[in-house]
Structures are given as structure tokens and as C-alpha cells.
Write a protein that binds this ligand. Structure first.
Ligand SMILES: *Cc1c(COP(=O)(O)O)cnc(C)c1O
Length: 361
């Protein structure tokens, strides 16, 4: 059915799969005979309990999450995790962070409130257009963890090899790449993701944490809500969670399973991103911002020869029915976010538009 929907290249909140939106629509007024919408439902009801349990079960299947990891649904989006991670994991008050762009910088600034932050590697020298070599980092013995932003949403880089943490726990912000490709969960101590980039509606973070990292002996200043133990002990139902977002995410998990899981999703994402990168690499007018080996399949920043022309392309693309192609204010240029739910036809249509623009200018 044609709903008159636009190809939305927003970095987040972003597109959701159309079949998922249709299912949600169909269940809106009366969820499976419950007589109510999920938005109206008690989080203590049996019917919601089934929704959250099934969502967790499907996510565990999709990511093959080992039994010694907890899956937590926590409010506050991604930004709350910038604080929760150091509050809960800094025992010695020291952690290593890899600085790769805007979102790792936010994590670093927040962590500094709770302890010593060591920048173990950085790509600041080249304006965050690559991922630094993390094969032999200088990591102090008493560092509590090594932290990465695995896909920098604004700068458009991603890790294809995880850092050698020298035995320390790896903590990863996967917000803008969550479920876009297979992930070996046991390589990490903690993975977290704000869901509004690649899964569902805003206002929810999913945390996957190895059980032995959940502490009882937190400093007294840590608010009850910001302790992972609070959420682990209560199976994410300590207080009213973001029921609606959990329900929508559960639908997306089922959709991904039906699609063939994360290997299948990754193949689709590789094909889709190649359409855009191949065009950019062959263009004389447009240029991709990131070095080839570290390019994100999700967020594709690119530039024209000038700021004025960047702005002109953004305006022309908007008029042609493409939305949200303006680059982030901190880096300028353009950015196409092409998450899981962006159809390949959307990227092909964008490339056809950019080709046409280039021919005319
Ligand atoms: C969007 C984003 C965040 C912050 O998410 P909020 O839910 O807006 O707080 C953190 N990290 C990354 C990589 C992001 O893309």
C-alpha cells in the first residue's frame, strides 16, 4: 500500500520497517483481545509480561546471547548510559576510552565526573574520519574497562576489528549499529544501545551485561534507578518501563528473525551501503568523508566542494522528497543514515537524484 511515506534519512529517530508499523496499527485499538492498546496496559499485567518476556527471548535468539548475560530494558535513552556505565563499572575509578567522534566524546565527558578517564587512542588528528589502531593499546593494570562507540553516528565510522583490551572488559555503545550485523556477545562485558536509531521508538536503551559485572557494592550516591542490579533483579520491571517501546522493539526482533537473522540483515546492509559508497567514490562532485576501511554501513557522511553547495543539495533533496540529509552541525556536509529499515530502493533513488544533480551542476 502507498502511504505517501518519504525516504527518511534521519540519524534518529529513524525509519521502522513498514510491515512492523502495519502490525502495530492493526493491534492499536485492541491488542489481541485484551480490550486495550499496549499504551494503556499495566506493566504488571500478564499480557504485558508476555510481551516483554517474548521480546527478550527473541533478542537472545537473534544475537545468540549466552546465558550468563542479562538483557535489561532501561529508560532514559542512550545518554543515561554514559553515566550508568562509569557509576556501575568503575571500581578502581579508572577506565580507558577510545575517542572516535562526537558520541565517544560525550561518553568521555560524562565518565570524567566519576573517575579518571584515559584516552587510550584517538582519531582527533584527522577530524575523526578513521578508527585508530587498537591492536596494542597502553592499558593500565588497574583500568576497570575499555570503552568504545562501535559506530559513530555523526562521523560515520565503525569498527571492523574490536580493540585488544589486554584482558580488560570491553564496553560498547552500539546505538547506531545494533542488530545491523552479527555480534559475538561474549567478546564484551557490556553492550548498550539506545533503540531509536536502528530498532524502535525513542526513550529506551537495551543493555546486555555479563552477570558478574552486576555489583551490589555501589557507592551510596548512585541513584537506585541507575544501578544495573535494580533492573536485573526486577527483570526490567522495577518501575514502569517504556512499555510501548519494548512492544515495538519486540515486533522488530520478530521481523529480523523472519528475514533470516543478523547474517541476512548484514548482507542486505552491505549491498545497500555499496550502492551509495560506489557512487560517491566515482563522483567528481561528491566525496565520502571517511577512509574506506572504517566506513559505517549505517551513517554515510559526504561533502560537495563547498558549504554553499552542500546547503543547495540539502534543499534540492528535500524538494525532491528525501528527508533529513543535512550533516550534523558539528561536521557539516551531508549525511545519509541508512539503517536496517531503509529499503535498498530508497538508497537507489537517492543515488539517482545525486547523479542527476551532479550532471546539472
Ligand atoms: C543517538 C546516540 C546516543 C544518544 O542517544 P539518546 O537516546 O538521544 O540519549 C548515544 N550514542 C550513539 C552512538 C548515538 O547514536
Amino acid at each position: 500500500m502507498n502511504y505517501g511515506r518519504t525516504y527518511n534519512f534521519s540519524a534518529g529517530p529513524a525509519m521502522m520497517p513498514e510491515p512492523v508499523l502495519e502490525e502495530i496499527r492493526d493491534e492499536m485499538m485492541n491488542y489481541r483481545g485484551s480490550g486495550m492498546c499496549v499504551m494503556e496496559m499495566s506493566h504488571r499485567s500478564k499480557v504485558f509480561e508476555e510481551i516483554i518476556q517474548e521480546a527478550e527471548k527473541d533478542l537472545r535468539e537473534l544475537m545468540n546471547i549466552p546465558d550468563n548475560y542479562k538483557v535489561l530494558f532501561i529508560q532514559g535513552g542512550g545518554t543515561v548510559q554514559f553515566a550508568m556505565v562509569p557509576m556501575n563499572l568503575m571500581k578502581n575509578g579508572k577506565a580507558c576510552y577510545i575517542e572516535t567522534g562526537a558520541w565517544s566524546k560525550k561518553a568521555i565527558n560524562e565518565a570524567k565526573k566519576y573517575g579518571e578517564v584515559i584516552i587510550a587512542a584517538s582519531s582527533k588528528d584527522k577530524n575523526f574520519t578513521y578508527i585508530p589502531d587498537c591492536s596494542d593499546l597502553d592499558i593500565p593494570d588497574d583500568a576497570d574497562y575499555v570503552y568504545i562507540c562501535e559506530n559513530e553516528t555523526i562521523n560515520g565510522t565503525t569498527y571492523y576489528n574490536l580493540p585488544n583490551t589486554k584482558g580488560k572488559i570491553l564496553v560498547s555503545d552500539q546505538s547506531s549499529m545494533f542488530l545491523s550485523r552479527p555480534c559475538n556477545v561474549s567478546d564484551y562485558g557490556l553492550i548498550w544501545a539506545g533503540v531509536q536509531k536502528n530498532v524502535g521508538p525513542a526513550g529506551l536503551a537495551i543493555v546486555i551485561i555479563r552477570e558478574d559485572l552486576i555489583r551490589e557494592d555501589l557507592p551510596a550516591f548512585v541513584p537506585t534507578y541507575l544501578s544495573y542490579k535494580t533492573h536485573a533483579d526486577a527483570a526490567s520491571l522495577y518501575n514502569t518501563p517504556n512499555c510501548w517501546a519494548i512492544y515495538c522493539c519486540g515486533k522488530v526482533f520478530k521481523y529480523l528473525k523472519k528475514l533470516g537473522g543478523l547474517e541476512a540483515m548484514n548482507r542486505i546492509n552491505e549491498e545497500k551501503a555499496a550502492v551509495l559508497y560506489d557512487f560517491l567514490d566515482n563522483s567528481k562532485f561528491f566525496k565520502a568523508a571517511v577512509v574506506k576501511k572504517d566506513r559505517s554501513l549505517m551513517n554515510v557522511p559526504f561533502v560537495t566542494p563547498s558549504k554553499e553547495q552542500d546547503a543547495d543539495v540539502v534543499a534540492a533533496s528535500k524538494a525532491a522528497g528525501f528527508d533529513n540529509l543535512k550533516g550534523h552541525k558539528s561536521v557539516g556536509g551531508l549525511r545519509a543514515s541508512i539503517y536496517n529499515a531503509m529499503p535498498k530502493e530508497g538508497v537507489e533513488a537517492l543515488v539517482a537524484f545525486l547523479k542527476d544533480y551532479e550532471a546539472k551542476h
